[in-house]
Ligand binder design. Structure first.
Ligand SMILES: C/C=C/C(=O)SCCNC(=O)CCNC(=O)[C@H](O)C(C)(C)COP(=O)(O)OP(=O)(O)OC[C@H]1O[C@@H](n2cnc3c(N)ncnc32)[C@H](O)[C@@H]1OP(=O)(O)O
Length: 780
């Protein structure tokens, strides 16, 4: 790019210049040094008589992002006890709302400084312009952008509201409809075209002009205008416009509230967003609106556990996805030939994920020609559906389909860089495939991965020659693989760190969330789900039946979206996954009764067990949604065949099983249901940590959030245990359950839980302080 001549009368202030040396800040987060730098630079420009106008930009060369907003790390100064009414004592609120004389300026201070400038400030926006970054832009007199712009106010997703004037200024500039859309949904995909249409932007640089040149041209034009325009550009002096479509602003806020989840079920920040937007037109002045915004922001920051959970997830996800490798392997950059073995549901979804991310060729292999053809056809249909939903362009679809190849021969995978095997969940089948790949695949460093959900990755790797084993690991997708974001990356004994890093990078590239886990039965997610589903069925048998007894839907309701917040309850989840899967796993674990001999499985021993779930599969064929009957009935004419309807057959089955239970028909509160089922699950999480299968509790949280529908506002099972339940309570309850049910091993409290309680620390803190190093040797 040719050097651009910056006229002496224009000051360019680049946010990136405020980052202290050696302190990487790839997203221009508005940390304390950056805010200090912006204040000083603005004041210098105001005082310099030669300067007529100011351009505020992300980077001096006009590349990269404008700013991803406030530095979220600064919000960790919050007071977790929730009793602190003085927001100046934490450093979190200070970055946004609370200034000290002569101290670091807050984002609000900067907003006022920019808005009240007597010299026009042009915000030149590129890339991410989010949160506090967008709020600074809203304070400027002009906003221009290039086509890379991605704007939004996503604070709601980290349990906050825009707290630097965003709720007040955006409603004034673009109206309440757009403000609700951007702020309450927290979307971050506002484009320059949309920005121009809704009035957020004043101009967009033509493709043949850089943003710096364009902003300079804008500055020159502006300086020719009479000074009176400056006043009219200040949003604080405007009133909120009446909606163009004739709906009252108040009504729009009422509608928005109706569509939100209740405050106590994850909706605290979204409700506060609407309240702040409402203040923008109900309060008589801008300053009063700002006061409402500030109070709501501080209240959330200091008192909302939901908010802390959301922010925990933000960093947990990034820490899990962080890629440390310096490898130049082309897979990391989205290039490489991919093989997918097995054209079933999983294989199809996996192939789609790689195709969408631009990898190619992607070769789908299945020995069954009919299955292969059906797989290819299904992939095409799914992708065409995405075009219809405008998630994919027709030209991209054409390109993607040109990258899809199919074959009935494993030998067609010879040149692949990465292969994911998604064949039947059978060790012999998988070992056979890997041993064939060993001689077929030409590249010695090709990654050979299995999508197994339960089998031993080391046993699979053992069929490879020893020099290949370092490149072998599990890559466990969740169904449907083109939709679900989670991938468990399973480290085998021989898997190298480099291999794990490359798979992590590839997983991120295909827009999924990677979590590296150790190798054990069920890895992390499915190992924890076992006590969860087992205890759900046992609870049903114990308390179900009778007139007022606990029903299937009673348990689902206690855990489901309207109460605890799981996306679906345990029985609906089972019906979606297929009840035969759990049945097969119980068979492999040696728990089933042999239908022919009536002899119970060798591993059942004295275990507390109910055959309810076995009988419904074995005798009644109630396999779940796919069979139109499972724990519930499904009618193809009702809710596209996915709406769970009560089943009289299941009701009488529960009646039979609960007949001899002394607690039959006794009422159980939703909280008691949650404790029984989820304490068993969380306890298994502690044991997983003890065994070094997960490297820290936040990995478990991410797995449950993205793989099992755990509510983000509860931060994942381990965050929930620490912060919502409290470990002493958890331990006490588990001890009680274990006394009541000594034959349920999953109620025996984990050693790690006992140790945390002894030390008086939460499990997150235990890992943060590195206390596990002395007690448990992490294997990851
Ligand atoms: C009153 C005002 C309040 C606020 O402004 S609150 C903040 C509101 N802003 C946001 O919520 C934006 C959050 N960030 C994002 O959505 C994404 O990030 C981006 C779209 C900006 C970029 O996405 P991608 O390219 O996928 O990168 P990545 O892995 O998400 O982030 C790269 C590194 O940047 C750190 N980071 C991103 N945003 C912030 C932030 N606002 N404050 C502090 N750090 C941030 C991450 O953690 C990570 O760091 P590591 O590489 O060490 O894992």
């Amino acid at each position: 790019m040719a050097a651009i001549n910056i006229p002496r009368n224009v000051a360019i202030i680049a946010i990136a210049d405020g980052t202290p040396p050696g302190n990487p800040n790839p997203v221009n987060a508005l940390s304390a040094p950056v805010r200090q730098f912006l204040q000083t630079s603005l004041q210098n420009a105001f005082q310099d008589p030669a300067v007529v106008s100011i351009i505020l930009i992300g980077r001096r060369d006009g590349r990269g992002v404008f700013s991803a907003g406030a530095d979220i790390k600064e919000f960790s100064g919050e007071n977790s006890s929730g009793n602190n009414k003085d927001c100046s004592s934490g450093n979190g609120g200070g970055s946004v709302t609370v200034s000290e004389p002569g101290g670091i300026p807050t984002l609000n201070d900067l907003g006022h400084l920019i808005e009240n400038s007597t010299k026009p400030i042009i915000a030149a926006l590129t890339g991410a312009c989010l949160g506090g970054g967008m709020e600074l832009a809203l304070s400027a007199q002009y906003r221009v952008a290039d086509s890379t712009l991605q704007y939004g106010l996503p604070e709601v997703k980290i349990g906050l509201i825009p707290g630097a004037g965003g709720t007040q200024r955006l409603s004034r500039l673009c109206g309440v409809r757009h403000a609700l859309d951007v702020i309450v949904r927290g979307r971050i995909n506002g484009t320059s075209q949309e920005g121009l249409r809704v009035g957020f932007l004043d101009g967009v640089a033509p493709t043949n002009e850089s943003i710096v040149e364009y902003a300079l041209r804008w500055a020159k034009w502006e300086s020719s205008l009479p000074r009176i325009t400056m006043e009219s550009r200040r949003l604080c002096h405007r009133t909120v416009p009446i909606d163009g479509e004739g709906v009252g602003n108040g009504d729009m806020c009422d509608f928005a509230i109706q569509s939100l989840p209740p405050k106590e079920v994850g909706g605290e920040s979204a409700h506060a967003c609407v309240e702040a937007i409402r203040a923008s037109f109900e309060k008589p002045s801008f300053d009063q609106g700002m006061e409402v915004e500030k109070n709501l922001f501080n209240d959330l920051l200091y008192h909302s556990l939901q908010g802390r959970a959301y922010r925990h997830i933000f960093f947990a996800e990034r820490s899990s996805s962080s890629v440390r490798t310096k490898s130049s392997n082309s897979l990391i950059f989205g290039n490489g030939a991919i093989g997918v073995i097995g054209a079933g549901t999983m294989g199809r979804g996996i192939a789609i994920s790689f195709l969408r991310a631009g990898y190619g060729p992607v070769t789908l292999v299945d020995v069954n020609p009919g299955g292969l053809q059906a797989g290819v056809q299904d992939i095409r249909l799914i992708l065409e559906g995405e075009v219809k939903k405008k998630r994919l362009s027709s030209s991209k679809l054409k390109y993607i389909l040109s990258c899809l190849e199919s074959s009935t021969y494993l030998s067609s995978l010879a040149g692949c860089d990465l292969i994911v095997e998604a064949a039947f969940e059978n060790l012999k089948v998988k070992k056979d495939i890997f041993s064939k790949l060993d001689s077929i695949v030409t590249k010695k460093d090709a990654l050979l991965l299995s999508n197994t959900s339960t089998l031993d990755v080391d046993a699979i790797a053992s069929s490879l020659s020893s020099e290949r084993r370092g490149y072998c690991a599990g890559m466990h997708f969740f169904s449907p693989a083109h939709v679900m974001k989670l991938v468990e990356i399973v480290r085998g004994k021989a898997t190298t760190s480099e291999t794990l890093d490359i798979i992590t990078a590839v997983t991120k590239r295909i827009k999924k969330v990677p979590v590296v886990v150790g190798n054990c039965d069920g890895f992390v997610g499915n190992r924890m789900i076992h006590p969860y589903t087992t205890e759900s069925a046992l609870l049903l048998v114990e308390y179900g039946g009778g007139k007022n007894g606990l029903g299937i839907s009673g348990i689902d309701a206690a855990l489901g979206p309207r109460r605890f917040g799981m996306a679906v309850g345990p029985f609906v989840m089972s019906d979606i996954a297929g009840n035969d899967i759990g049945y097969k796993i119980r068979g492999e674990k040696g728990l089933l009764r042999d239908p022919a001999t009536g002899i119970v499985g060798p591993n059942r021993k004295q275990m507390r067990y109910t055959e309810l779930a076995d009988e419904m599969v074995e005798k009644l064929g109630r396999l779940g949604q796919k069979a139109k009957k499972g724990w519930y009935d499904y009618d193809p004419k009702v809710g596209k065949g996915r709406k769970p309807l009560p089943s009289s057959e299941m009701q009488s089955l529960v009646e039979n099983y609960s007949m001899n239970s002394p607690s039959r028909g006794t009422k159980l509160s939703p909280d008691a249901i949650v404790s029984r089922i989820l304490f068993a699950l969380v306890n298994e999480g502690f044991k997983i940590l003890e065994d070094g299968i997960a490297s820290d509790p936040s990995k478990i949280d991410i797995i449950y959030l993205y793989g099992y529908g755990w509510p983000a506002w509860r931060g994942g099972p381990m965050f929930w245990a620490d912060n919502y339940v409290g470990l002493p309570v958890l331990l006490r309850e588990l001890e009680t359950f274990h006394k009541m049910y000594p034959d349920s091993e999953y109620f025996r409290p984990s050693q790690l839980l006992r140790r945390c309680v002894e030390l008086g620390v939460g499990v997150q803190e235990y890992y943060r302080k590195g206390l596990q190093q002395s007690a448990v040797l992490s294997k990851l």
